[in-house]
Write a protein that binds this ligand. Structure first.
Ligand SMILES: [Zn+2]
Ligand SMILES: [Zn+2]
Length: 102
């Protein structure tokens, strides 16, 4: 009655999940043939749409347009930030009140 438990020999065999539809696939590739076609199609579409999506990608990849260098420490700070991490305050408006640092 007090037998040792055998190792988890047959516990949850790894089932491959199709990356396209999310359903379990029993094929060797782990992807349904029809889904593979869909995936290939999507890749083709992405390639065709490359020019359109490029803009979005470059906008994310070029933060320089949204950043300004801190004159104090040189750190690229987001334009919306009024103060750098080093403590330097960016003066964007003509309010010259309270500039005592620097
Ligand atoms: Zn599938
Ligand atoms: Zn700074």
């Amino acid at each position: 009655m007090n037998q040792k438990k055998p190792g988890p020999m047959y516990s949850s065999p790894k089932r491959k999940v199709c990356p396209v539809c999310g359903q379990v696939s029993y094929s060797a590739a782990g992807i349904h043939p029809q889904c593979a076609e869909v995936q290939a199609d999507e890749k083709r579409l992405k390639k065709a749409k490359g020019k359109a999506t490029e803009k979005v990608v470059t906008m994310e990849a070029t933060p320089s347009a949204w950043r300004k260098p801190c004159p104090k420490c040189g750190t690229q700070v987001h334009v919306r930030k009024a103060q750098c991490e080093c403590g330097h305050k960016f003066v964007t408006q003509k309010t010259k009140s309270g500039i005592s640092d620097d």
